[in-house]
Design a binder for this molecule. Sequence first.
Ligand SMILES: [Zn+2]
Length: 506
Amino acid sequence: MIRWVVHLTITLVLSFITAAPYTQAQSLESGLQTAIESLSADRMLADIRTLSGPSFHGRQTGTNDDLKSAQWVAQEFLSAGLRLPRIRNSSLIIPFPTGKDGVTSGAMATLVPTATLAPHPTVGIGTASGLITKQAGLDYLPIFDSPSADIQGRIVFVGYGIVDSDRGIDDYAGVEVNNCVVLFLRGKPEHYPRHVSHADKVRLAKERGAVGYLTATGPILHPYEIRRGVTGDPSAFYGQLPPDMAIPGAWISTALAQDILTDSKREVPDRLRALQEQLNQSPTSQVVITDQFASLQWKTTEKEGLLVNVIGMIPGTGTDTVIIGAHRDHFGRPGGILFPGADDNASGTAVIMEVARTLAKINRRPSRTILFVSFSGEERDLLGSRLYVSRPIAPLNATKAMINIDHAGVGNGRLTVGVTGLDKDVLLEAGKTAGVDDKLDLYGFFPGGDHVPFKEASVPTVTVVSGGVHPHFHQPTDTIETIDPNILQTVARYVLTVAWQQAYQP
Ligand SMILES: [Zn+2]
């Protein structure tokens, strides 16, 4: 009898052990499917409406508007059932829940210089005596952190604005630009192998005595610009120059740049295009002293403001971490022009909040801790993600993946996924599980975005962007009306599944 019981017990235990992994995998799988089915495009749309709406005025980093949006996201994380981890922020006073020990819940903060461009900037273009006032937002946008401007000067076209004697390029060859306003094209010709930044070009102009600059996208687009859907419209932009290196500048439309270059005799119909063709073919300078003048007038004030990354957490059973991030900041309302930033990146923020709600409801702890990070400062050269990487709350060498979502609401319905440090097959597999594998386009590293500092710190990264053209990119027209709920749903399904794969699977 005893022997029989022992035998039966052993058999039962053995069969339980053999069956356990199967049962566990099965419940894991059905848990994921339940989670996927519970994702709500309506909730994401409502969140985008709030984030891009009148409460937060476009969420400019370092302003009270962005701080309020940070508090709102923290509240949503709490309501979702996330924990707000305790974070020490030296002696900064942050309006977030703070203990007696000065440790704050859910806010990682630092002070950053914050430029405010006063309403009604003015740019005039024309002859010295006949300047015509141009329309902000349509013909031009001031570079938002450029210094106050009260200047006028002759416009000199200096190609792409590159000087590199090692490579035989001097876009300023044979011309004086002292007290002038230089006009240079965005980007660089394909034959030029080095990286050249906007800040490099402004520095070169200032060193040569220019009092201001205009910049424009050339009429001939590079293949990567076509892929990204770049248009000739002026775009919201921060120059990110140290104050002693900055001069006032504006991004003007391609059409206005073409007008400026068209000589009064109109001998060449599209002179700018002809000049860009030459520049793209050879390093020879194509400098033009135009007969046009520019006047730039506006007031910029600068003061320190709080940059806040909001962090919510689902604690795991092990020591490793997975980060799901999206930037929350946008351009605010520089010069009185509102940039709602619905697609960029209220949409990604809404996706991480919805994925957080869904995962927090699952009655099971992940193997790895999941950190949901709402970054600020992305539009300012990734200040927020750089802050995280400089002060990580979990060791970076135990951070198994950083999943970044940026622009999740507009496009052609496909997902563009950039992958570093992870096997692409695994990410394709996640697409199959999520039922979106027919919509995936997998690539390697994407330049630009909050995943970059993580990649530089050797953390594996997955960047999810909705594919196709984003016609309202960095425009005042990036509003809730342009958001497609089906795209949100596709992105959320995929991000949830990748998060699941990275955090829950053993
Ligand atoms: Zn952006």
